[in-house]
Design a binder for this molecule. Structure first.
Ligand code: SF4
Length: 398
């Protein structure tokens, strides 16, 4: 299934993605636009690569692939806050987050194969950020001391940017911890740069070695649009599955990229055929710069339900959820007057599985804008002596 033709001497010239860090290097973009978008990129970092750019239809100004990686002037609108889920409050060591009992996040890298314009962690790509650590020794120590931790999520940035020997060191050290069963890797590299997988047989050997029948490695893939499912990307996924990696998909619902029920259904169906079931669809966080990408909760819920009707049970096992500061909250229903939500994971154990019923508000993007009727404890911050982080969000997105 190689996508690279043999060259004269019989060797195979492997395709590679070349990174593009300068907006001037985008031949498809009109000159007049470049100057304006460079201003946006001064605030929110720009990065893409020639493979992903080759998927853009430059004739269409609303092309979803273009929207995903090319800056938008409206990112400079005064809206949202940088750390909308207050990840700072669950950071237990540099680069280590622990919010839910069984799962620890290790932020191992602050670079991605390209930068999604709507990224909720765009603060990591900013110059003065220092939240990521390439040295995971304190994370390992933390996990060793917490026997309840059975899952680790390697994230960042994109861990698959790391070179194979570095990944080997990480996998080997994690596998020395008996109570840690699952290694998850959050990655958009199968979409942004599938050659990272197809060109590296050593990486596949690594997965075979460390993703065992008893303790699997999961690739938490991030596809947003069916046009990302190129032959190269499908080849990368097939190789991962053959190497014993379990693949699932999770992505946010993003205006103009993944908010069309036809597009969603096509993506979830195609992924299910490939063996990559949809796991979560996330409500977009009210992150600074993200106003042009946001979809209100009620509209998102209705579109997701419409898309589900076109899918088999395998692709509609997904949960539509909000990664809120107080927990991962599933949006389970909307009727004429109410929005029904339920904690899927909760920061505070007393909220586990708790239902929340709110007055329906078709303009709300986030829990903090809704008016709860019952089930929601807004006293969390008072009890913990914290400042009202929710108040910041309400002010910025209302
Ligand atoms: S791949 Fe993930 S971390 Fe990287 S820019 Fe996109 S959303 Fe952010």
């Amino acid at each position: 299934m190689s996508s690279s033709p043999p060259i004269k001497d019989g060797t195979v010239k492997r395709k590679r993605a070349k990174y593009i860090l300068n907006i001037d290097k985008l031949p498809g973009l009109p000159e007049a636009e470049k100057a304006k978008l460079k201003e946006v990129a001064k605030k929110f970092a720009f990065r893409t690569n020639d493979y992903y750019v080759s998927l853009i239809d430059w004739k269409d100004p609303n092309d979803p692939i273009r929207r995903l990686v090319i800056p938008d002037e409206r990112e400079l609108n005064d809206w949202g806050i940088l750390d909308a889920s207050n990840e700072e409050s669950i950071t237990v060591e540099k680069g280590v987050q622990h919010k839910y009992g069984t799962t620890v996040l290790l932020l191992v890298n602050e670079v991605c194969g390209a930068y999604c314009r709507y990224c909720f962690r765009k603060r990591l790509f900013m110059n003065d950020n220092d939240e990521v650590t390439y040295d995971i020794s304190s994370g390992l120590e933390y996990i060793r001391n917490h026997p309840e931790v059975t899952n680790v999520l390697l994230t960042g940035g994109d861990p698959m940017i790391l070179q194979t020997p570095k990944l080997e060191k990480i996998f080997a050290s994690l596998r020395e911890i008996d109570h840690l069963k699952i290694i998850r890797i959050g990655s958009k590299m199968p979409a942004f740069n599938p050659f990272r997988f197809t060109n590296d047989s050593g990486l596949m050997e690594l997965f075979k070695k460390y993703s065992t029948p008893e303790k699997r490695i999961y690739m938490m893939c991030h596809y947003d649009h069916p046009r990302e499912l190129t032959p190269e990307s499908r080849e990368a996924i097939a190789m991962l599955i053959e190497s014993g990696v379990i693949c699932v998909n999770q992505n946010p619902i993003i205006r103009g990229i993944s908010d069309d029920p036809e597009v969603m259904a096509e993506l979830w169906n195609e992924l299910s055929y490939m063996g990559v079931p949809q796991y979560y669809v996330f409500q977009g966080r009210p992150t600074e710069g993200n106003e042009p990408f946001e979809v209100p909760i009620v509209e998102a819920y209705q579109k997701i339900e419409k898309a589900k009707k076109k899918c088999s049970g395998l692709s509609k096992r997904l949960k539509y959820a909000m990664s809120h500061e107080s927990g991962k909250i599933e949006i389970i229903g909307v009727d004429e007057r109410h929005i029904y939500l339920k904690y899927h994971r909760a920061k505070n154990p007393r909220d586990e599985q708790r239902m929340i019923v709110c007055h329906r508000d078709d303009k709300a993007y986030w829990l903090d804008q809704l008016k709860p009727i019952h089930g929601y404890h807004n006293d969390y911050y008072e009890q913990n002596g914290d400042t009202d982080h929710f108040g910041d969000i309400r002010q910025r997105v209302n």
